[in-house]
Structures are given as C-alpha cells and as structure tokens.
Design a protein around this ligand. Structure first.
Ligand SMILES: Nc1ncnc2c1ncn2[C@@H]1O[C@H](COP(=O)(O)OP(=O)(O)OP(=O)(O)O)[C@@H](O)[C@H]1O
Length: 307
C-alpha cells in the first residue's frame, strides 16, 4: 500500500493540440504528496493549473505525462472502486437545478453505505431554511455549502475541495473551516485549492504554491514563513525617503517602508539610525513575522521581476 493519500509524480496537463509545440501546458511536471490524514492547500494565481491538477487526481482527465495514485489506486482505471471513498467539491456545483437542497443531499446520501445524517449536515452548514429551495434558486454561498455537504455526506476518506469557501459569507467560511478541521481530526485527508492565504495558513498542514503550471514553493506554513531571518520591520517616516540599507526595502505608499532580512536588535537599530541620520522623523515602527501572504507576494514579485 502506498503511503500518501494522493501521490502525484511529474504530471503534465496540456490543452489543445496534444503533440504540437504550441499546445497549452497547464500543469508542467508537478509532483506532490498529500500524506494520509493531512490537509494540503494548493495555492496559485488564476490559471496557475490548480483545477487542472485536481481534475487529474479526481479521475476526470488522464495526465498527458506522469502518474497519479489516489488512495493507492489509479483514478481512472480504478474509478468505480475509488469513487465511494472520495468526496469531491467542484468549483461549479453542476447539480440538477430543479431538485431541492434536501432532495440532492438525500440522493447523494443514498449512494453511501454509511452516510452522515443529511438533516444533521443541513443544520451544521446552516442550510435548514434552504432545504426546500431548488438548487437553481439557492444563493451562490448556499450552493457552495450544499456542494460541500454533498462532498462530505458519504464519509469519504479523502476530500478534494476546489475553492471551498469562494462566495461564502464570513460565518459560512468559519463553519466550513471548522468542518475541515473536524475532517482532519477524524483522519480524513484533504486536498484543497484556495486563493485565501489566511484559509491556507489556518487549515493546511502542507502548502504547495503553483506558478504557471509549476511548483514554485512547497512546505508547511511554518517552513514557508519561518526560514531564518525573514521577519518584517515596518517603518513609517516623514518625509518620504529612499532608504539605503543593507536589507531589501519596499515602499508600500510614500513614507511607509517594509524591510526584510535578519532583523535582530542590532539590525533594527541600524535601520532606525539610518533614518535618524537622514533627518527623517520615524513616526511608527512595527515588527512582525512573515505570513504566508508575504511569501506568496514575494514569489509573485519574483515572477514579475523575471519578466
Ligand atoms: N478545457 C480547457 N481548454 C483549454 N485551456 C484550458 C482548459 N482548462 C483550463 N485551461 C487553461 O489552463 C490553465 C490552467 O487552468 P486551471 O483552471 O487549471 O487554473 P487554476 O489555477 O485552477 O485557476 P483559477 O484559480 O482561476 O481557478 C489556464 O491558462 C486555463 O486557461
């Protein structure tokens, strides 16, 4: 038996002419593992290849190159054996529009040998009042919540969630986060995509950042954010200057600087001394750890700089 719930190795997904050199490469030799019982968040800008990779894992498309094993099985050849063990939440629901929320959830529950009680799930996701509403009449956030309920009702071992909280209000998002945390506590493996970096930071054991079809960075949120000396020093000073410092400096708005580097007490003193020597009045100083968002934005900036 293989170790990972999902094991993707050198997967390539191309669109258009499969052999032509100008075929679009959406996923470019990506390898990743979702360990059993863990949550992996796939991050990346629009078009980075997240959904295409997920579709390979879900068995909706074969990889053009590479291999993918899901719960030790081939997602296409072993589709029938695999599907009852998976929960899949797509970006767009795609459910029969005339069925009510309750009818859909009960229908999907009937496919499972040991489903969660659908009514409990409707309550848990705040859908009780919408139970008799046809799918097409549900709000966007309600459709998302129902899609999540449908993905979970069969007590899956592994869940694929494509932007699970997109379009949800704050309360629904927090409920969803709690549900995902409960899944992990129950030993369920989760592969999710998200644009919300706080979502990834809160939920994910492991993060893979994709950029233009490739893996740009990978690690636990802690590993990605806590490499040596990557604290941030934020300085507000008047008048606005162009600081000359032995650290990378960005100016988010005139007079607002973010300095990154090995920022121990001596380094901070050096930065403040520079402003003092330059005749600037420092009006605010703040230090903080880098967040996943900082890491993500730095990777995006690298891409822009490389162009
Ligand atoms: N069926 C298709 N035919 C042609 N190109 C496609 C197809 N599906 C996706 N693509 C392209 O492949 C690239 C990756 O798309 P994909 O949907 O996998 O990205 P994503 O990271 O999920 O983006 P988003 O965050 O916007 O959902 C994009 O450039 C997209 O336009």
């Amino acid at each position: 038996m293989s170790d990972g719930a999902v094991e993707v190795s050198d997967v390539v997904v191309r669109y258009g002419a499969k052999t032509a050199v100008d075929a679009k490469i959406a996923v470019d030799r990506v390898s990743l593992t979702v360990p059993r019982g863990r949550v992996l968040a796939l991050l990346g800008h629009n078009g980075a290849g997240k959904t295409s990779l997920l579709q390979v894992c879900e068995g909706f498309r074969p990889p053009d190159q590479g291999t993918c094993r899901v719960l030790g099985l081939d997602p296409i050849a072993d589709h029938d054996a695999l599907m009852p063990r998976l929960g899949i939440m797509l970006q767009s629901g795609g459910f029969y529009p005339w069925a009510t929320a309750a009818e859909l959830l009960h229908l999907y529950a009937s496919f499972s040998a040991n489903p969660i009680n659908p009514d409990d799930l409707l309550d848990r996701l705040g859908l009780r009042k919408a139970a008799k509403t046809r799918f097409r009449r549900l709000s966007g956030g309600e459709q998302q919540r129902l899609s999540l309920a449908i993905a979970l009702v069969g007590r899956p071992e592994l869940v694929f969630l494509d932007e699970p909280t997109a379009g949800m209000d704050t309360e629904a998002r927090h409920t969803t986060w709690q549900l995902i945390e409960q899944l992990r506590a129950d030993g369920v493996s989760v592969l999710l995509t998200t644009h919300l970096l706080d979502e990834a930071e809160r939920l994910a054991d492991d993060v893979v950042i994709m950029r233009e079809g490739r893996v740009a960075a990978t690690g636990t949120p802690g590993e990605l954010t806590a490499a040596a000396g990557i604290d941030l020093l934020e300085v507000r000073a008047e008048p606005a200057l162009a600081p000359v410092l032995p650290f990378p400096v960005t100016e988010s708005s005139p007079g607002e600087y973010t300095i990154t580097g090995t920022l121990d007490a001596a380094a901070i003193a050096e930065v403040l001394a520079w402003f003092a020597r330059s005749g600037a009045q420092v009006t605010a100083v703040n230090t903080r750890r880098r967040t996943l968002e900082d890491v993500y934005l730095a990777l995006t900036a690298e891409k822009a700089a490389a162009r």
